[in-house]
Design a protein around this ligand. Structure first.
Ligand code: FMN
Length: 138
């Protein structure tokens, strides 16, 4: 029987109220042997050790949080060398046409994270995913 090797996976996230953390940990629980780290704990110079890097952030003003931005900003351009990457965010459940339009206008964190990971040489293996809060602080 051929030897199998698990996919070395790193999940990096930020969370203010705990929702993004729950998603990050649930993803981690579903991938055997994965490592789940908060963005400020993650060592951007050791990313080449991983086969798959998943980055998640709460959406704040259509963008990622400072901690995730900081983590991504420190990864040197083209350093991911075709490492598989994916992204997710958490976002508000907008009520009403106006709020929906406003939130859509500003956009979401996951697409921006994916763009950043791709710009570092990452190979996007899944469409950016958004998880909608059933209760929102907005
Ligand atoms: C300052 C602030 C700005 C926010 N901006 C947006 C936004 O632009 N779009 C959106 O869908 N949700 C927005 N939200 C709701 C957050 O996405 C939500 O609080 C977050 O997903 C919760 O994740 P956490 O529990 O991991 O912190 C905002 C929340 C805060 C506190």
């Amino acid at each position: 029987m051929p030897a199998t090797r698990s996919v070395k996976t790193l999940i990096v996230y930020d969370s203010v109220y705990g929702n993004t953390e729950k998603i990050a940990k649930a993803i981690g629980d579903s991938i055997a042997g994965s490592k789940v780290l908060r963005a400020y704990e993650a060592d951007y110079s050791a990313l080449k050790e991983f086969d798959l890097i998943i980055v998640g952030s709460p959406t704040h003003g259509g963008r990622l949080t400072e901690a995730v931005k900081d983590f991504l900003g420190k990864i040197p351009a083209n350093s991911l060398g075709n490492t598989c990457v994916a992204s997710f965010d958490t976002r508000a459940s907008a009520e009403g046409v106006f709020m929906k339009a406003l939130i859509n206008f500003f956009g979401y964190a996951a697409g921006r994270i994916a763009d950043s990971l791709k710009s570092k040489g990452g190979l996007l293996v899944a469409a950016p995913e958004g998880f909608i809060l059933t209760y929102s602080h907005l």
